[in-house]
Design a protein around this ligand. Structure first.
Ligand code: ZN
Length: 467
């Protein structure tokens, strides 16, 4: 019943209008609840009036989620798996009072698409659905470009979160999941600087028919992000002044102010889950011990950088393993950041460097586990069938290092194809170069890049630092 094409059409118009209006607002949520969805919520709220809904905590329900990580068309800009596992851990903490426990329904899908990466509303409307898994909560993490931090699209029924908006202690995902499970903002009716005809009184006398329709969330007229307590006072229709409740996830108070859903909001979400029929009664929530690493042996100094095979012992009950590899063990700059559904992974690295690696075991419903002890190895680089040539004096890259988005020039003595990879070995771009002609480029994202050239059968590599 939640997958109706009719509904999508009904609210398409509403969302198009909203998309125009939200341009220019920073770090907001762009969700506009669907007409049908609000109708259903209002009906449910009538049951709250009649007292037929039992408030208070119910048995835990386990809710499957599908994670989609969106990069640009070159596969750059993925949300880190580490953060994703932490985000799942955080929402499971935030939803404890609701009785919801989220679990991974499946592996992570990686999508390389410029428009989705930029959070384009049109793209989400037109084809985000194609990537959806049915019968689960679909969460997309995307990179840049949008004016908003998060959005739930009714009709398409997907949640989009901008990578930079879901860090440690963020509540962006919790807020958007609130929308997914039917909750409007506490300031419903005030979005986009509107003033509704009927304002909610602070004494609660019209709470069921105004605002979000919940009587245990206070009147709230603030549709922009605010620090708590609110710096100014609001005045209700009876001329009573007040400050809104900053603790509710569905308000626009800053993330650090928010800590709860109200009892009625939680009852509405439980009702929504029931209507959707997507929950299960059990999931493995065990906190697993970290696996013991097997090979290469700790300290090995003879690993071919083009494909290092890492193996670890299995952990009974594991749904997947989370693998990290980092040059010099600098875990904030990962060379591999992967969920692995096996006890082996082949990692493509580069250069003659010391690397450290570590693994944690997770169940689908418990991603909050720790890493085991990390091991190290050193790589060597095998020239692909021919000697790697030092041609630094012939391959000119200037300036190097270069600032992000600043132009740098490349000049070579022969025609060749330039292939630029990032530190993870992913392709950034390709370009034909012509002999003795200076060509200019720029790279917007900071990091270490590898310039690869094949000139007359000889491989030339040069590192470029974008800072
Ligand atoms: Zn919102």
């Amino acid at each position: 019943m939640f997958d109706s094409g009719m509904r999508k059409q009904n609210i398409l118009l509403f969302f198009s209008v909203l998309a125009l209006i939200t341009i220019g607002q920073a770090q907001n949520c762009a969700t506009q609840m669907g007409v049908e969805q609000m109708k259903e919520l209002r009906l449910f709220q009538q049951q709250l009036v009649s007292g037929t809904v039992n408030l208070g905590k119910k048995a835990t329900v386990y809710i499957p989620v599908k994670i989609h990580i969106v990069g640009n068309s070159s596969g750059i800009g993925y949300y880190s798996v580490s953060r994703m596992l932490e985000a799942l851990c955080d929402i499971n903490h935030d939803f404890i009072p609701t009785g919801f426990h989220f679990y991974l329904a499946d592996s992570i899908d990686y999508i390389n698409d410029d428009a989705l990466y930029q959070g384009s509303s049109d793209a989400i409307w037109n084809y985000a659905e194609d990537y959806k898994m049915n019968g689960v909560v679909n969460i997309f993490f995307h990179g840049v470009g949008s004016q908003w931090c998060g959005v739930y699209f009714p009709g398409v029924d997907v949640v989009f979160i901008k990578n930079s908006c879901q860090n440690s202690n963020s509540t962006t995902l919790t807020h958007e999941l609130g929308h997914f499970f039917s909750l409007p903002h506490t300031f419903y009716g005030w979005e986009n600087n509107n003033t509704p005809i009927n304002k909610e009184n602070i004494n609660g006398s019209n709470c069921r028919t105004t605002g979000d329709g919940f009587c245990d969330t206070k009147a709230d007229y603030v549709s922009q992000r605010w620090t708590c307590p609110l710096a100014w006072t609001l005045t209700d229709p009876n001329n009573v002044t007040f400050k809104p409740d900053s603790s509710i996830y569905m308000s626009y108070s800053y993330d650090e102010c928010q800590s709860r859903f109200s009892e009625e909001q939680m009852a509405a979400m439980r009702y929504n889950v029931q209507q959707r029929g997507i929950s299960t009664t059990t999931a493995n929530i065990a906190a697993l011990p970290a696996p013991v690493l097997k090979s290469p042996l700790n300290g090995d100094t003879n690993q071919n950088a083009s494909g290092v095979r890492l193996k670890w012992h299995s952990v009974p009950g594991a749904f997947a393993y989370y693998l990290q590899v980092a040059r010099f063990g600098a875990w904030e700059f990962l060379n591999a950041d992967r969920l692995v559904f096996d006890t082996t992974a082949v990692v493509k690295l580069f250069g003659k460097w010391p690397y450290a690696w570590r693994v944690k075991a997770i169940t689908a419903a418990n991603t909050c586990t720790s890493f085991g002890v990390s091991d190290t190895f050193v790589t060597y680089e095998v020239p692909a069938g021919f000697a790697e040539l030092k041609m630094d004096d012939e391959l000119t890259v200037y300036p190097n290092p270069v600032y992000a988005s600043q132009t740098f020039s490349i000049r070579i003595p022969h025609n060749a194809e330039l292939i630029v990879n990032n530190a993870l070995g992913q392709l950034v771009f390709k370009q034909n170069l012509y002999e003795s002609t200076q060509q200019s480029f720029s790279i917007a994202t900071r990091g270490m890049y590898i310039l690869n050239l094949n000139i007359e059968g000889k491989a030339i590599r040069k590192k470029l630092l974008v800072q």
